[in-house]
Design a protein. Structure first.
Length: 468
């Protein structure tokens, strides 16, 4: 029996904790310090750097490629070869390399320098999601050096333009090189996650909201500022945004959020537990909905949300504005389309001087939003769920493993629409109050990062270890 296990390469000498920690640190630092913003950065540089690390670790050149639609938007695809002759389709891991913009003057540290202080790693992408990029590369190298042979190929795709830009890497690869990333199912550490504060949960994404941007625009002839008139483009847009600020979309439930709230009601206490039970009633208790909505994270999974994110107007300090516009960003509850939400915004603003247009992922403005709706939840696979539960129990005993609806959006929408069931699973613990993704002074706890490295290593091995 011992011989049989060794033949399957699961008793090779494990890499030391010190070596793993050193590699994880160096890879994370390297990624943070490569600017991958859409404006001036390059995912190609980051993709090439990660490709070189895998090649240096012994991956074959044929199994590590960097490709994309242009010089700045490269994607790395690496294939970890599994058991020869396996008839199982691969597992795909998708993780984006790009990050949102960050201004040095907004931060206490340089967002594109890897800083360590007060028990945290700081830098743009430390939460979203260069931590997961680094973890995947670290674990690929670690398993390769150990000689681990999974029961199927594992594909890692580090991609461009999930956050911004016109060259989404997952969509581009599916369209142009489907053979490189075709898989039985996908893992996406950009969603799901561990919440170590109360209540303590390990969440896996079972569905997600639909993303939608809308331009709210007012124009008029303008004029001299010494002759003000009520018909002011800035006022029209400002009044619309004030109406949006006071507006709340209706409370909704689906199969995933109903199960999530039902499980949360069992582990919460007091008024919050009572309110969670009350919103599951028919009809839901409106007062309970109002109380729960005061929590930002809870509110985000109870309804569609729309918020102003960008604003511009006017052309001179001494002239009436001839143009004003705002961007309204919506995260749309499954079952509703972008066009449906656009029409709701038009109705809410109730101003014929305004136009509300849909802004596509490539920045194109149209008078009609997409009729596409959010992805349906994939069927839960026993191999994924059993591996998640068993490994999570080792790292976070007593935590509840829960299905969640991602309040944001991720590249899973592309893999799901391509017929590849996708599951959001991350092993990096982030406290609710310290969620700084897209914000200033983004950071991750040092211990949480290294725990995430070990978690994903064990999770991947549990998921793909051949049966004895």
């Amino acid at each position: 029996m011992v011989f049989a296990l060794c033949a399957q390469a699961i008793c090779a000498a494990p890499e030391s904790d010190a070596v793993t920690r050193k590699n994880a640190h160096e890879i994370f630092k390297q990624l943070i310090e490569i600017n991958t913003t859409d404006s001036v950065g390059s995912t190609t540089v980051a993709a090439q750097a990660m490709a070189q690390r895998l090649l240096d670790a012994g991956f074959a050149k044929a199994d590590v490629v960097v490709l994309g639609p242009n010089d700045r938007k490269g994607n790395m695809v690496a294939r970890y070869r599994g058991k020869a002759g396996s008839k199982l389709k691969p597992v795909l891991i998708i993780a984006h390399l790009d990050v949102v913009e960050a201004k040095r003057e907004d931060w206490s540290t340089d967002p594109f320098q890897f800083a360590e202080k007060d028990g945290y790693f700081y830098g743009r992408g430390t939460q979203d999601m260069k931590d997961s990029d680094a973890i995947a590369v670290t674990d690929f190298i670690r398993m390769k050096k150990e000689g681990f042979v999974p029961n199927r190929d594992i594909i890692l795709a580090l991609t461009a333009d999930e956050e911004n830009g016109k060259s989404n890497g997952v969509a581009w690869l599916l369209k142009n090189h489907r053979d490189l990333i075709d898989a039985e199912f996908a893992l996406n550490p950009d969603s799901g996650g561990v919440r170590p504060d109360k209540p303590q949960i390990v969440g896996f994404e079972a569905t997600e909201k639909l993303y939608g941007d809308f331009q709210v625009l007012a124009t008029n002839p303008g004029g001299h500022s010494s002759l003000p008139i009520p018909d002011n483009a800035i006022y029209h847009v400002a009044n619309a945004l004030a109406a949006l600020q006071k507006w709340a979309f209706p409370f909704e439930l689906n199969a995933v959020t109903r199960e999530y709230f039902a499980q949360m009601a069992k582990i919460e206490t007091g008024q919050r537990a009572a309110d969670l039970r009350a919103i599951l009633a028919t009809p839901p208790d409106e007062k309970a909905v109002e109380r729960l909505a005061q929590d930002t994270h809870t509110n985000a999974v109870m309804r569609t949300t729309c918020v102003a994110t960008m604003l511009s107007g006017g052309h001179a300090p001494n002239a009436l504005p001839g143009r004003a516009e705002a961007n309204v960003n919506c995260r749309i509850f499954p079952g509703h389309s972008q066009e449906e939400i656009r029409l709701q915004l038009v109705k809410l603003f109730n101003d014929p001087q305004l136009t509300v247009r849909y802004r596509s992922d490539t920045g194109e403005l149209t008078d009609h939003g997409s009729d596409r709706k959010a992805m349906a939840p994939p069927p839960l696979r026993d191999d994924v769920m059993n591996s998640l539960r068993s490994v999570a129990a080792k790292f976070w005993p007593g935590f509840t493993v829960l299905p969640i609806m991602e309040a944001g959006a991720s590249d899973s929408i592309y893999t799901m629409n391509a017929g590849i069931p996708s599951y959001g699973i991350s092993g990096v613990a982030i406290e609710r109050a310290d969620d700084r993704a897209h914000g200033r002074d983004e950071r991750v706890k040092i211990d949480a990062y290294y725990t995430g490295v070990e978690f994903y290593y064990q999770f991947l091995k549990a998921l793909t270890t051949p049966a004895s």
